[in-house]
Design a protein around this ligand. Structure first.
Ligand code: RBZ
Ligand code: NIO
Length: 346
């Protein structure tokens, strides 16, 4: 499997950054989490004057064989239908990216649909969806490798265009099931504690989803010690591309915007392999998908927002973006006690 060169961020500058923050015209610590975010990004960029350049939101769509087992409230074709919606600008992520000046790219990672020639969609298709992991591994090792590399390459391209901050979104009916399995195996938690209602399944469907996912866990008998194997077994192709993209972004010293339950499950795989990945990640929100809070706790992540959102697509990351911009702006633009002639605390 591809290897990544991910260095923990060098913290030598930390005291200088903290000093700069503390000398701003405000009581110590009064900008709360903005101070933590500013310091993190300054460290990632190794500068006292960090900048966010050409933000990108890379959205990957793929289908999941597990949808045949009745785990979602929506049919599989909604994946491709939503891709068409992304392309015509009508989805939540389009609206938020437009609002905040984030360049959105939509890629077919593995949708079970033949898009007509000329569809303005980045074609990264690895397969027409994954296999049903209730009976077999979601993907082959080769498919996983291809997805990781394609995700990594897309981030390299964005970086070459001058992007230094990248968010990841996904669309894939059934992908909360894949993410729940990654969580159960990699966090070593009982499946039931990792399963939520996704697109909004009712009580009997929820009981079925837990039952199906428990059966899948029993069938594969994985220990969870090999994160690549866990990802290969439970998928999906969009999650694998996000994972490859996040790892490459960290290698390139970029800021990673982590979205909700699915996006964090991709992060989790990368994090288990390369713990330094966390240094580069800003956790944008806590999704309402039950399980996300515990997943974030397992990582030791502090999410910026908690708005009861549970959509995916990268929407939580896009909505949090202006807050991250505020963190950078105060660090660069606020006066210090000295420059403004304001008396500091005795
Ligand atoms: C119209 C629509 C738009 C979406 N945008 C994101 N998702 C989200 O819901 C899906 C996961 O939930 P589950 O595992 O229950 O299928 C993913 O596609 C995710 O991106 C959507 C779902 C729907 C129906
Ligand atoms: O938090 C998410 O990413 C999420 C939650 C529910 C459905 N789709 C995505």
């Amino acid at each position: 499997m591809t290897t990544f060169n991910i260095q923990p961020v060098n913290t030598v500058l930390f005291e200088d950054i903290q000093q700069k923050i503390n000398l701003k015209t405000k009581p110590l610590g009064s900008l709360g989490q903005l101070e933590r975010i500013a310091a993190q990004i300054a460290l990632i960029q190794q500068t006292l004057t960090p900048e966010l350049q050409k933000p990108h939101m890379l959205v990957y769509a793929a289908d999941h064989g597990i949808t045949n087992s009745g785990v979602s409230a929506f049919p599989q074709e909604v994946t491709f239908q939503m891709v068409m919606n992304f392309l015509s600008g009508g989805a939540a992520i389009n609206v938020f990216c437009k609002q905040h000046g984030i360049e959105m790219c939509i890629a077919d990672a593995g949708v079970n649909h033949d898009f007509p020639k000329g569809t303005p969609l980045l074609d990264l298709k690895v397969a027409k969806g994954t296999a049903n992991f209730l009976h077999e591994a979601a993907m082959s090792e080769e498919q996983l490798q291809e997805a990781i590399e394609k995700g990594a390459d897309q981030v390299t391209k964005a970086h070459q265009e001058g992007c230094n901050v990248v968010g990841f979104g996904e669309m894939g009916i059934g992908n909360t099931s894949a993410a729940s399995m990654l969580m159960a195996l990699l966090c070593k938690l009982p499946v039931a504690g990792c399963v939520g209602r996704g697109t909004g399944i009712d009580d009997p469907q929820f009981a079925n989803k837990i039952n199906i996912l428990e059966q899948a866990k029993d069938f594969h008998k994985l220990s969870g010690e090999d994160p690549w194997k866990v990802l290969q077994t439970f998928g999906g192709l969009e999650i694998a591309m996000i994972c490859g993209g996040m790892l490459k972004a960290a290698e390139l010293g970029m800021v990673i915007l982590v979205d909700g339950f699915i996006s964090t499950s991709a992060f989790l795989v990368g994090y288990k392999l390369y713990p330094a990945l966390k240094d580069y990640a800003v956790f944008c929100h806590q999704s309402d998908e039950s399980g996300h809070r515990r997943m974030l706790e397992h990582i030791g992540a502090e999410p910026i927002l908690n708005l009861g959102m549970r959509l995916g697509e990268g929407s939580g990351a896009a909505v949090a973006y202006p807050i991250i911009q505020s963190a950078i702006s105060f660090l660069n633009e606020m006066a210090s006690f000295e420059s403004a002639g304001v008396s500091n605390k005795e």
